[in-house]
Ligand binder design. Structure first.
Ligand code: UD1
Ligand code: CA
Length: 453
C-alpha cells in the first residue's frame, strides 16, 4: 500500500546551544536529518513531507533529496500542530508514517516492521521500554489494549511509573489522521497541540492500536544536547565496527574507529587504533592499517601495508605496496604493485611504477615514475614556478641520488642516474649520469679562526 512520510524537524534545539539547526548536527559526518531521509528513501516512500521551522535556508542548502515537500511550521505550537502543516498534502487512502527528525539511528527494518504492524491494525505505534522514562510520553494500556499516550508533564503519579514510552514514530491512515488532527486542542500542561492526543481519539472510536518495537533503544534515542550527540555518535561507530568485524576486519580496539562514509573491505584486514575513514573507501584482502591513519575516498589493494600516521586521500595504493609511517598521499597519487612510500613523503598527481621506492623525505608532484626506480632521500620535484605547474618524467630503472631537486618540466631517462645533491633542470638521456652541484675543494693546512680577545 502507498505510504507517505512526515518528518517533524521544526524544533529549534535550544539545548544544543548552536546557530546550526539541531537536525543539521552530524552523526558520522552526515546531518542527522539526512540519515533519516536516507533511511526513509530505502523504504520506498511515495512522498516525504518535511516539517521545518528554524534555519530553513541552512536546511535547504544542506539536505540532499530530489523530491522533498518542505512544509513550514512558522511557530512551534507542538507536534500535532507540526503534522497539521503537512495535512493538506496527505491523501485519505494512504498510510502516513510520522517520524521525528532528531533520532537518526532508526533502522529501515524497524520502520518496515512498524508499517507491517499497521497492516492488521488501524494505528501502529513504535514503543520501547526504558528503565528511566523521564520526560517521555507514556503508553497507557488497559489490559493489553493501548488507550492513550500521556505526556510526562501531564501524567499522574501512577502513569509516571509506566516504562513503555512513545518514540514519536507511528503509522495511521491519512483520512483518520486528518480527522483527528482537526480535533486537537492545547488544554494541557505545555499549552501545545500534542500529536499524541490522537491515540485516545483512535481508542475512543474503537480503532485497533498495535505497537511494535525497535531491536534496541538506541535506535529511537532523540538528540537534544551535545552529550547525547556524542553518545549517539559512539553508538553508531560501534555498530559500524561490529558490522566490519562480521565482514572479516579485526580491530586492535573497535571503540577507537570512525567511519564517516562507506567502506568496503576484503578478508583478513586489520585496523590498528584511531583510524578515520571518510567518503568512499575500498580495501582489499590482507591489508594492514597502522595507528592514527586517515583514509579518504581511496582504494587500497590486496596485501598493502599502511604504517602509522599516514593520510591517504583520493589516491590508489596497489597490491603489496607499503606506505608510511607519516606518509601523505594526496589526490591523484597512484602506487603500482610493490611500490614503497616511506616516512615524510608527499605525493600529489603522481604515479609510482611497480616496485619503485621513495623511502624518505620526498615530494613528488605532477610526476610519472616508471618501474623499479629508486628516489633517494630528500628528493623534491619542483613542479611549480609560482604561476604554472609542470611535469616530471622519471624512466624505468632510474636512480635519483639523495637531496636532489628536479626542476620541471624535466625528463630523466631510463636507467639514468642523478648524483646526490643535484639540481636538475635539463633532461637526462637514457643511461646517462647527471651531476649538478658545486665542485668540492679541499684546502690543506686550513687554520680555524681564533677568538679575538
Ligand atoms: C515527543 C512526544 C513524546 C515522545 C517524545 C519522543 C508529543 C506531544 N510528545 O515529546 O510522547 O515520548 O517526543 O522523543 O508528541 N517538533 C516540531 N514542531 C513542534 C514541536 C516539535 O516540528 O512544534 C518536532 C521536533 O523538532 C522534534 C519532534 O517534533 O523532532 C519531537 O519534538 P520534541 O519537542 O522533542 O517532543 P517531546 O516534547 O520530547
Ligand atoms: Ca518538547
Amino acid at each position: 500500500m502507498a505510504f507517505s512520510v512526515v518528518i517533524l524537524a521544526a524544533g529549534k534545539g535550544t539545548r544544543m546551544k548552536s546557530s546550526l539547526p539541531k537536525v543539521l548536527h552530524s552523526i558520522a559526518g552526515k546531518a542527522m536529518l539526512q540519515h533519516i531521509i536516507d533511511t526513509v528513501t530505502q523504504l520506498g516512500a511515495d512522498n516525504i513531507h518535511l516539517v521545518y521551522g528554524h534555519g530553513g535556508e541552512q536546511l535547504q542548502q544542506t539536505i540532499v533529496h530530489n523530491n522533498l515537500n518542505w512544509c513550514l511550521q512558522a511557530e512551534q505550537l507542538g507536534t500535532g500542530h507540526a503534522v497539521q502543516q503537512a495535512a493538506p498534502f496527505i491523501q485519505d487512502n494512504e498510510n502516513v508514517l510520522i517520524l521525528v527528525g532528531d533520532a537518526p539511528l532508526i533502522k529501515a527494518s524497524t520502520l518496515d516492521t512498524l508499517l507491517k504492524t499497521k497492516h492488521d491494525a488501524d494505528l501502529a505505534l513504535l514503543t520501547v521500554n526504558l528503565d528511566d522514562p523521564t520526560g517521555m510520553g507514556r503508553i497507557v494500556r488497559e489490559g493489553d489494549a493501548v488507550k492513550a499516550i500521556v505526556e510526562h508533564k501531564d501524567a499522574t503519579a501512577e502513569q509516571l511509573a509506566i516504562n513503555e514510552i512513545n518514540t514519536g514514530m507511528m503509522v495511521m491512515q491519512g483520512a483518520d489522521l486528518k480527522r483527528w488532527l482537526q480535533n486537537l486542542n492545547s488544554n494541557n500542561a505545555q499549552g501545545e497541540f500534542y500529536l499524541t492526543d490522537v491515540i485516545a481519539m483512535a481508542a475512543n472510536e474503537g480503532k485497533i492500536i498495535k505497537a511494535s518495537h525497535p531491536d534496541s533503544a538506541v535506535e529511537v534515542e532523540g538528540i537534544n544536547n551535545r552529550q547525547q550527540l556524542a553518545n549517539i555518535e559512539r553508538a553508531y561507530q560501534w555498530q559500524q565496527a561490529q558490522r566490519l568485524m562480521t565482514d572479516g576486519v579485526s580491530f586492535s580496539d573497535p571503540s577507537r574507529f570512525d567511519l564517516r562514509g562507506t567502506l568496503k573491505v576484503g578478508l583478513d584486514v586489520h585496523f590498528d587504533i584511531n583510524l578515520i575513514v571518510e567518503g568512499n573507501v575500498v580495501i582489499g584482502n590482507n591489508v594492514t592499517i597502522g595507528a592514527n591513519c586517515i583514509l579518504r575516498d581511496c582504494q587500497i589493494a590486496d596485501g598493502a601495508v599502511i604504517e602509522a600516521n599516514s593520510i591517504i586521500e583520493q589516491a590508489q595504493v596497489g597490491e603489496n605496496c607499503s606506505v608510511g609511517p607519516f606518509a601523505r598521499l594526496r589526490p591523484g597519487a597512484v602506487l603500482h604493485e610493490n611500490a614503497k612510500v616511506g616516512n615524510f613523503v608527499e605525493m600529489k598527481k603522481s604515479t609510482l611504477g611497480k616496485g619503485s621506492k621513495a623511502n624518505h623525505f620526498t615530494y613528488l608532484g605532477d610526476t610519472e615514475v616508471g618501474i623499479g626506480v629508486n628516489i633517494g632521500a630528500g628528493t623534491i620535484t619542483c613542479n611549480y614556478d609560482g604561476v604554472n605547474k609542470s611535469k616530471t618524467h622519471i624512466g624505468d630503472g632510474a636512480f635519483i641520488g639523495s637531496n636532489s631537486s628536479l626542476v620541471a618540466p624535466v625528463s630523466i631517462g631510463k636507467n639514468a642516474t642523478v648524483g646526490a645533491g643535484s639540481t636538475i633542470s635539463k633532461s637526462i638521456a637514457d643511461g646517462e649520469l647527471a651531476i649538478a652541484r658545486g665542485k668540492q675543494r679541499n684546502i690543506e693546512g686550513w687554520q680555524r679562526p681564533v677568538k679575538k680577545s
